[in-house]
Design a protein around this ligand. Structure first.
Ligand code: HEM
Length: 77
């Protein structure tokens, strides 16, 4: 997984974010990513992930925010 928004879903009408982009990382916050994962973004293809527990959601937030710093998968670097 590269997490740059250029994978399977790259042709969505509203493009997904590039989590490898450091300027995206600098503009976003933990709270925003948590909110977006839980609630989705209305009017875009970004779905809400209601089945995740609070703890699982925070784990996902930590991963997403780590990508700009460590790369998509630290085991690959
Ligand atoms: C667990 C998996 C996913 C996570 C953690 C995730 C996370 C996020 C986050 C944090 C954003 C906000 C980016 C920003 O602030 O600029 C976002 C936006 C977006 N996501 Fe996801 N997403 C996931 C799955 C998906 C899937 C499956 C789709 C499409 C089918 C999708 C489509 C989008 C799109 C189109 C946006 C951009 C919306 C906009 O900027 O208007 N995401 N996603």
């Amino acid at each position: 997984m590269r997490a740059d928004g250029q994978g399977l879903r790259r042709n969505l009408s509203v493009p997904p974010a590039d989590f490898t982009d450091r300027s995206w990382r600098e503009r976003t916050t933990e709270r925003w990513v948590y909110y977006v994962v839980r609630e989705g973004i209305r009017g875009t293809p970004m779905p809400a992930w209601k089945t995740l527990s609070v703890e699982q959601t925070w784990d996902l937030v930590a991963y997403v925010l780590s990508v700009a710093e460590l790369g998509p998968d630290p085991r690959e670097s």
